[in-house]
Each structure stands twice: as structure tokens, then as C-alpha cells.
Design a binder for this molecule. Structure first.
Ligand code: IPE
Ligand code: IPE
Ligand code: MG
Length: 240
């Protein structure tokens, strides 16, 4: 962790090369809404604004890759009205995402199988990836994402290529995250201490940080706390 720099009235800390990739399991939108006497969908809507704030802050502190878990392969089990609301919020985000990505220098990459989305949405997703491909910071949005699904998808791709024997590098190179390093730090809000099918392969040596804050309340101060905690860890990767 390096120097501090003044950012508005907030002192943003600066990370170094030890923290290149931070990933967030954005959990707790529903409980946040309930706490405020509102329907769950409202929590997702406020959570979407929080997501934008967090991504911007991570860029400000010098993190090169941010991944967010927005919707899992298991989240389709939720009531139709909630799924529809989340997809509507996602569609709205897509409309303004290119402009924001230009502004903040973000390359947007979607992790997950796009084929489940309506054709126009899937097209907008691909168009955004292409339009932002040259930007310096990476924002991975995991949507219709499952870690198990991702590994199966990679293995099937390799089988399709005619491989009869595969290595760890082969799998890594065919995951949705092939373009970026594995996460150094995974932060989960919302008090649950589990991965819920997020980045199963890539998290092998990630540092994990869990906090009680519900996602819509996620703050710069809580991110700083996670980063400070990360820098206290001794990463051994199996060594001594
Ligand atoms: C995370 O918040 C967002 C998604 C999974 C889409 P939740 O909707 O899981 O909120 P809680 O955990 O029920 O409070
Ligand atoms: C994980 O949260 C998925 C996302 C944040 C998108 P969930 O709320 O779906 O996880 P569980 O059901 O509590 O494990
Ligand atoms: Mg949840």
C-alpha cells in the first residue's frame, strides 16, 4: 500500500502491484430493501448505483481489474418479478455503460454465457465489450455466471478443439477470465461467509474478506478497510 492522494474531500489510499485484481460478491440488496421497508427490487436499484460508485473508487485507488458478481446461474430460481426487475436494471445500465466506460477508462468484459439473454441485450453486451476493448482498466461483470458452469464450458471448448488431455493452463486460458490475472482479494458484503459459485477456479489463492455491510451501503471506508486487511496478510501460495 502506497501513499495517499486527495480525492475530493476523501483521502483515497493507493495500492501497488500486490493488489491488481479485486472482486466483489455484491450481496445484501434484498435485506437492505427490507430494512428500509421497501420491495427487494428497490434494493437492486440502489445496489446498481453503489456498484458504479465502487468501481470508480477502485480505479481511483489504482486497482487495474475489478470483478463484480451481479447475477448467478442459480439466481434464475428467484421470483419472476425480481428477475425481471434485475434484468431491467441491467438493460438500463447497458444504455449508459459505454459513455461511463469511456469516461473512466474501463474495458468492460462480461463473465458468463450471454446466450440466455434476449438477442438485443446480448448484442449490446458484445458491442460494449468491443467498443471498450482498448481501455486501460478492466471491469468484469459476472452475469448469468457460475463457477462450475464456467469450468464445464472451458472443458467443453477444449474437447471441441480436439484435446484429449488438458493442463491447468489450458483450463485457465479458456475461462471467461482468460484476459486477466486471478483475483488477489475477494470481498463479500451481506454477512454470508461463502463463495456461492463465484470464481471457483480463480479463487484458489485469493484472500477473502467478509463484511456485514449490506451492498447498497458499501462505502469507500469499507473498501479501504478491506484493502488494509489485505496488506496485513502473508500470502504464501503454498510456500514458506
Ligand atoms: C445480491 O443481493 C444481488 C443478487 C444476488 C442479484 P441479494 O438479492 O442476494 O440480497 P439478499 O442476500 O437477499 O439480502
Ligand atoms: C451470490 O449471492 C450471487 C450474487 C451476489 C450475484 P446470493 O444471494 O445468490 O447467494 P446465496 O444464495 O446467499 O448463497
Ligand atoms: Mg443474497
Amino acid at each position: 500500500m502506497g501513499s495517499v492522494k486527495k480525492q475530493g474531500d476523501y483521502m483515497a489510499i493507493q495500492v501497488d502491484e500486490r493488489l491488481q485484481h479485486i472482486a466483489f460478491i455484491m450481496d445484501g440488496n434484498g435485506r437492505w430493501a427490507k430494512k428500509h421497508g421497501m420491495p427487494r427490487e428497490y434494493g437492486h436499484s440502489v445496489g446498481a448505483s453503489t456498484f458504479e460508485k465502487v468501481v470508480r473508487y477502485c480505479g481511483d485507488v489504482g486497482i487495474k481489474t475489478v470483478t463484480v458478481y451481479a447475477f448467478s446461474t442459480e439466481n434464475w430460481k428467484r421470483p419472476e418479478v425480481e428477475v425481471k426487475a434485475i434484468m431491467l436494471i441491467f438493460g438500463e445500465y447497458l444504455k449508459k455503460a459505454a459513455k461511463k466506460a469511456d469516461e473512466y477508462g474501463l474495458r468492460v468484459v462480461f463473465l458468463g454465457d450471454k446466450r440466455v439473454f434476449p438477442e438485443n441485450i446480448a448484442k449490446d453486451m458484445t458491442a460494449l465489450e468491443i467498443a471498450t476493448a482498448k481501455h486501460p482498466l478492466t471491469l468484469n461483470i459476472a452475469i448469468n455466471y457460475g463457477g462450475r458452469d464456467e469450468i464445464v464450458h472451458a472443458v467443453n471448448t477444449l474437447i471441441g478443439m480436439g484435446k484429449t488431455s488438458i493442463t491447468e493452463d489450458d483450463i485457465s486460458a479458456h475461462l471467461y477470465t482468460a484476459h486477466c490475472p486471478p483475483p488477489d482479494l475477494i470481498v463479500r458484503t451481506g454477512a454470508e461467509k461463502r463463495l456461492s459459485n463465484f470464481l471457483l477456479w480463480q479463487s484458489a489463492y485469493a484472500e477473502l474478506y467478509f463484511c456485514d455491510t449490506l451492498w447498497p451501503d458499501m462505502s469507500e471506508a469499507e473498501i479501504d478497510a478491506a484493502i488494509e486487511d489485505f496488506y496485513k496478510r502473508k500470502r504464501r501460495f503454498g510456500g514458506v
